[in-house]
Design a protein around this ligand. Structure first.
Ligand code: GDP
Ligand code: ZN
Length: 356
């Protein structure tokens, strides 16, 4: 099956970056799935089974990931080839693995929009959402918050308000993947050549949403898949999913799903519910609980009703969020210099929104 590169996300900026490779008789392709260092690549001529060149294996800072655009040297007369280069990524999700691995482990690349999915049922947890937002900011993809299971939500309006207050400048949508309600707001982000990815804890409805977007029961939902082996799940479907009707794409890799571990890693300790509640009593609505007068949170620490290290942890998370924003501004400038226009513009828009 041949592919229209534009449907895979190819545009003029990619063409420019690729020009020197084209001169070398290489062809562009997008990595659809990786398994044991074998990469299935979607290319104009069809699917190619590829491996990294020896030189790339040694020199590249990281290996190819699903979503990457790569320069492939096709084997004449065969549907195989060698990946000679990875094009600079516009966005990437990587796993922070401590120690042993010297190379950055990238789970997905060139995502335009990352949908942060949270359930409006027992899964609802604003602090966890904040962690996912950090991941999204780090990636360079544009975050959109999806509150799923609106059909069973008890306080939809309040929850929406709370999340919107936390994710300033970021679109927040309530949907029901199960009842296919509000799916069109998601398809709005997945026009021709646009790549989306889903981020969220297990059980929030990501598979159900993928099915709804595909309009078929292609992927089994969690209650069934729990009995599957990981390997089977990995090979059953492409990790880069084409949405034929929308002409957009969705990345749904096991690695992307595993990113949740990081955000849940600290167990119950990443929830700052108590501090948020106390903050309702602060004199200033935008109190940062640092040196503002009449701060109910600091008062609670002084009175001994709130442990000092809880507040410390909270402030640390705030700092983390802030420095990520600052770093993003720098990256937006670098991107602009590289003339990767669309990305830097959307980043700038994102941060302008956040600042206002
Ligand atoms: P995943 O782990 O994020 O892929 O979650 P699944 O798609 O497997 O869904 C987990 C469970 O939530 C399943 O039992 C789904 O039927 C259920 N679920 C998904 N979306 C909705 C929804 O919009 N409303 C309700 N009530 N249940 C949902
Ligand atoms: Zn305060």
């Amino acid at each position: 099956m041949a592919f229209d590169l534009k449907d895979l996300g190819w545009d003029d900026d990619w063409s420019k970056v690729f020009a020197p490779f084209a001169a070398d008789q290489l062809v562009p392709g997008r990595v659809a799935i990786e398994f044991n260092y074998i990469y299935r690549v979607f290319a104009q001529s069809g699917e190619l089974q590829t491996q990294h060149s020896g030189r790339l294996r040694h020199e590249a800072e990281s290996l190819s990931a699903v979503g990457d655009w790569v320069a492939v040297k096709p084997t004449p007369g065969e549907a195989t080839g060698t990946i000679e280069a990875i094009l600079p990524r516009r966005s990437k999700f990587s796993r922070k693995v401590a120690g042993e691995l010297t190379k950055e482990q990238i789970v997905a690349a060139n995502i335009d929009t990352v949908f942060i999915v949270m359930g409006l049922d027992g899964d609802y947890n604003p602090r966890r959402l904040e962690r996912y937002l950090i991941l999204a900011y780090e990636s360079g993809a544009r975050p959109v918050v999806i509150l799923n299971k609106s059909d069973v939500a008890d306080h939809l309006a309040e929850d929406m308000d709370e999340i919107q207050g936390l994710a300033v400048g970021i679109p927040v949508h309530a949907i029901s993947a199960k009842e296919k309600a509000g799916i069109d707001v998601i398809t709005g982000y997945l026009g021709p050549g646009k790549t989306g990815a889903l981020l969220g804890s297990s059980g929030v409805g990501k598979s159900t949403l993928v099915n709804a977007l595909l309009g078929e029961e292609k992927f089994k939902t969690n209650d069934v898949r729990a009995h599957d082996s990981r390997g089977r799940h990995t090979t059953r479907h492409r990790n880069l999913i084409l949405l034929p009707e929308l002409r957009g794409l969705l990345v749904d890799t096991p690695g992307m799903r595993e990113l949740q571990l990081w955000s849940q890693g600290e167990g119950g300790r990443d929830s700052f519910e108590d501090i948020l509640e106390l903050a309702q009593g602060c004199h200033f609505t935008d109190c940062r609980h640092r040196d503002e007068p009449r701060c109910a949170v600091k008062q609670a620490v002084e009175e001994g009703t709130l442990a000092a290290d809880r507040l410390e942890g909270f402030l640390k998370l705030q700092d983390e969020l802030k420095s990520l924003e600052a770093r993003k501004d720098v990256r937006a400038q670098i991107d602009a210099k590289r003339k990767i226009k669309s990305v830097s513009q959307s980043l700038k828009r994102l941060y302008k929104d956040r600042e206002s």
